[in-house]
Design a binder for this molecule. Sequence first.
Ligand code: ZN
Length: 133
Amino acid sequence: MQRGFIYSVVKDKCPRCNEGNLFVNKNWYTAKNIGVMPDNCPVCGQDFKIEDGFYLGATYVSYAITVALLVPLLAISYFLFNLDFMWLLPILVVLLTLLMPPILRVSRSIWINFFVHYNPEWKKIDEEYLLKH
Ligand SMILES: [Zn+2]
């Protein structure tokens, strides 16, 4: 897979080097540490906590993903299967609960990828910076 935005989001990797893990625990369905991220990328040192409340913006991405999943699902359930809302509601609650961890991680990953871009030259840039300072 080509390195960059999609690679970083799909593989939960650092947006800058595409090598370091974005989350402490790689398992999406772990009992704890679902959303815990290291302060910096273990490979390139990219700051993952860019500023206080940085990932609040990820809630907008999460909202967009949820709506993008729910609207077609509701339309298919209602128009194709004639499912009543009383049947749909518990199904949707279970489905959204199961999808919460991946949606949380994917939305955070997309959000940081909006601001930090893949740079295959990151090592060279860091060395030049260190030489200058
Ligand atoms: Zn990195």
